[in-house]
Design a protein around this ligand. Structure first.
Ligand code: NAG
Ligand code: NAG
Ligand code: NAG
Ligand code: NAG
Ligand code: NAG
Length: 377
């Protein structure tokens, strides 16, 4: 221990890596970072000797993880949360390798593990400190009326969320986010800002981070445009942003298209096949045959591994189109009315004529009912 203290004193100003190495040597623990749902190896080795007994234990929880003796796995005492998730490298055991492979990593797997080895030469303990990371995958930013909300989910350990703007403004960067934890112990985080009129030209940036990982999403709103029935180009205006994926959405939910920028392949959703004409290199979309149903917010989402740029544009379909649709409907209704009136006229005429000819004795009941109905309305 004294040696350790001297070493720490000596090396205190040296690289973090060396410090961590000393820490590991001094506490005897090996640090391992595991990624949520992925596979992870907890290292453990020993001096080759016959009659190997291996016991892996999760210390804090006191759970049996994996045991091996008599040349085979012994899982009678394995806790059920490890069932089907552990294995040893059998071929490596005779070479002094007792490392444990853990699959489908869970947050509960975090903690200190003991690797106990016994051979005819004696016993040996090693300790492994397991940390679990569920990195920030995707940040959502959405504007509803004058409120803009940033959120992300499925994160571990507990994330932080901060806001900033370009150009800088005097907003509160820590807008007390709401944090929740689900049954798998993963965190979700969400924070809202109220936009004032002067904020509408700013780019709002939301950063969600854990000690090992961070993602940013920038949101902005372009000036509204008038769509046309023939051709409408909606800009993504992101010449600076080097992105790997592009997604266009309508009214926040409906996906119009997505494109992998690396292979240039894009998928247009079924509902938008007819409207999507083209997507430019910079991400601008060309739409055709828009009707008033396609009036709303168009969102361009550009993303790469670290960042996402979200651009909202509100599109109004110019009066002409809706009037045209209205005109057609009006025309149809008008035509129906004219025809109806003509039919009524004809019926009344025949009724009168019949009445005159047969003096009201024999009547076509069908025509009678019909004409009465029309007269009533
Ligand atoms: C044990 O074997 C596995 C599988 O070959 C390997 O990944 C691991 O690094 C080995 N560990 C040690 C401590 O040698
Ligand atoms: C483990 O695997 C066996 C056989 O593949 C299966 O029957 C069992 O349900 C699994 N148990 C768990 C807890 O997943
Ligand atoms: C869109 O149309 C409205 C009215 O039809 C007009 O006032 C406005 O200037 C137009 N905007 C653009 C960008 O063309
Ligand atoms: C592009 O980058 C330059 C320099 O980094 C910056 O001045 C400019 O504002 C950026 N343009 C956009 C559209 O973000
Ligand atoms: C695009 O959408 C398709 C189908 O909805 C999906 O399979 C694919 O993973 C998506 N690609 C990207 C880059 O989001």
């Amino acid at each position: 221990m004294k040696m350790c203290r001297n070493m720490i004193k000596m090396k205190v100003s040296v690289f973090l890596v060396k410090f961590l190495w000393i820490l590991t040597v001094c506490t005897g623990d090996t640090e391992v970072s595991c990624v949520f749902t992925e596979r992870c190896i907890l290292p453990c080795s020993f001096q080759i000797a016959p009659q190997v007994v291996i016991h892996w234990t999760h210390l804090e929880a006191g759970l049996g993880v994996h045991s091996y003796y008599d040349n085979q796995d012994q899982l009678q005492n394995q806790h059920h949360i490890y069932r089907n998730r552990t294995s040893l490298f059998k071929a490596q055991i005779p070479r002094g390798n007792a490392s444990l492979q853990l699959t489908g990593v869970k947050v509960q797997d975090e903690g200190r593990y003991q690797c106990f080895i016994s051979t005819i030469n004696g016993n040996k303990d090693s300790f492994i400190n397991v940390k679990v990371d569920a990195p920030v995958h995707k940040i959502n930013i959405q504007q509803v009326e004058n409120r803009i909300t940033c959120s992300s989910e499925g994160i571990y350990p507990e994330p932080e969320l901060t806001w900033s703007t370009t150009p800088p403004s005097n907003m509160d960067p820590h807008n007390t986010p709401t944090v929740q934890q689900n049954e798998m112990q993963l965190y979700s985080i969400s924070s809202s800002l109220i936009l004032s009129h002067s904020d509408t030209d700013l780019v709002h940036i939301c950063t969600v981070s854990t000690p090992t990982n961070r993602k940013r999403a920038a949101w902005r709103k372009l000036a509204p445009i008038n769509g046309s029935t023939t051709e409408t180009i909606i800009s993504c205006a992101a010449s600076n942003f080097s992105s790997s994926d592009l997604v266009w959405r309508f009214n926040h939910l409906q996906m119009i298209l997505n494109q992998s920028r690396t292979d240039g392949r894009s998928t247009v959703s079924e509902e938008w096949r007819q409207q999507v004409k083209d997507v430019s290199k910079s991400g601008d979309i060309t739409l055709q045959d828009l009707s008033s149903e396609q009036e709303g917010i168009y969102t361009c989402e550009l993303s790469n591994a670290e960042e996402m740029l979200i651009t909202d544009t509100s599109v109004k379909i110019s009066g002409g189109n809706s009037v045209n649709v209205g005109g057609i409907i009006g025309g149809v209704i008008g035509a129906v009315l004219v025809l109806t009136a003509a039919a009524v006229g004809l019926l009344l005429y025949y009724k009168k004529k019949k009445g005159q000819q047969e003096n009201g004795t024999r009547r076509s009941s069908g025509a009678e009912t019909m004409s009465t109905n029309f007269e009533d309305t």
